[in-house]
Design a protein. Structure first.
Length: 74
């Protein structure tokens, strides 16, 4: 979540399409965004994470596209 919280400052003053790609293996995550229980390709995991993280999700400027890519070793 810290990466997303820092994004508005990083994107300030930039032109063109604004996009954040956050890649994670899920293993080092803690709390509401822990992806260890999510199945690869299970898009319903996204809604569950958004619901459980709720107020922890930072407010991003309109028009910013966010893509979270998760994968698992094992």
């Amino acid at each position: 979540m810290r990466t997303l919280a820092d994004a508005p400052e990083q994107l300030a003053g930039k032109s063109g399409q604004q996009r954040i790609v956050l890649a994670t293996d899920g293993l080092s995550n803690i709390g509401c965004s822990d992806l260890r229980a999510a199945s690869i390709g299970d898009r319903s995991a996204i809604a569950k994470i958004v619901q459980s993280c709720g107020p922890e999700i930072p407010e991003l400027p309109k028009g910013v596209h966010v893509e979270i890519v998760g994968w698992s070793c094992g």
